[in-house]
Write a protein that binds this ligand. Sequence first.
Ligand SMILES: [Zn+2]
Length: 406
Amino acid sequence: MSSEVLYRKWRPRSLAEVAGQEMVVRTLTNAIAGDKVAHAYLFSGPRGTGKTTTGRLLAMAVNCSQLRDGQPCAACDSCQAYLAGRALDLIELDAASNRGIDEIRSLREKANFAPAGGVDAYKVYLVDEVHMLTEPAFNALLKTLEEPPPHVIFVLATTEAHKVPATVISRCQRFDFRRIPLEAAVGRLKFIAGEEGIECSEDALKQIARVATGSLRDAINLLEQLVDSYGNKLADDQVREGLGLVVDARSVTLAAHALKGELAEGLAVISEVRDDGLDLRQFQRQVVAQMRGLLLAKAGAELSESWSEEQIAEMRALVAEIGTDRIVSTLRAFGEADLRADPLSPLPLELALAGSILAAEAPASSGCGSASSSASATTAPEPAGGQTGGGHGGFRPTSKEIRTGC
Ligand SMILES: [Zn+2]
């Protein structure tokens, strides 16, 4: 669990600093500058995309005494109170833990008192995860939204807008927060890394942002965890390792052997991986991921940034001479290999390899050596598992031997 030190420290201090939500920020800033702030807002969108941060900044802006172009000054007494988290006119309620009508009633009663900051001040109620409220609580909230007390603004934030009653939504100005685009997340990470003296390449920051899938909070927390593990100088391979992105090159090799029908070479790769004591389930996932990439390459589909351009060229060359049906059946064989019973046994992977090669090479009418029958662990020969020293464990028949055996 991350302590979120960096995330808290580098929360945006103005709306302009909110990353990746330009539309929302522009509309809100214009409304603040034009004194046309709504009574109620619904901020919907995935977690970590800046909903509560924007709500707090909105509260700070409407109470700033030196507002400039809709941006809070971050210097006046009021702004200082907001930045220090001690503003009296910002009331936050987490609906995930305060779901009932009593909380909303007490919130309504308080809303009728004038803001602490004086006649020009606004009270802002920030209700996070608002979709968690009970039905009576929603009804009570709706009454307040229908007759909003002056100088009160409601900001309702939710990751699941479809669970908020339409009657509530219709009373709010709605903003949809999108996942933070990669460039915006990388830009923010770069800024924080620079301020914190963290050395990290742009490529590595991209990897972090990609793993965080559009949540800036997750991205910043990942950066913090990496620094906790490896220190302030982050090498690319450390970042990949820390993010769990290290792919064993042998998964790529095995996928190629399987598609080319190179049984002996493929079995040797599996034995080697087993002898190294690697987690075979993780290895299996990597082989399947590679095989899926090969299927995409064969189909001419766009390949994600998981592969370099050089790798993509190699993958396209490999699949050029191989039929789609063969790629699909091989992908299926490796995907279905079940290592749950004994994660240390290479047998399911060996059978997936042998079975897929047999199925692809056997004439369709021969009626033997289908992928499903040869992949069944109960009818297969026992591998020479547990061998120590020299050479590869496991059985290593050539494809010819298997064919004559059926
Ligand atoms: Zn101010």
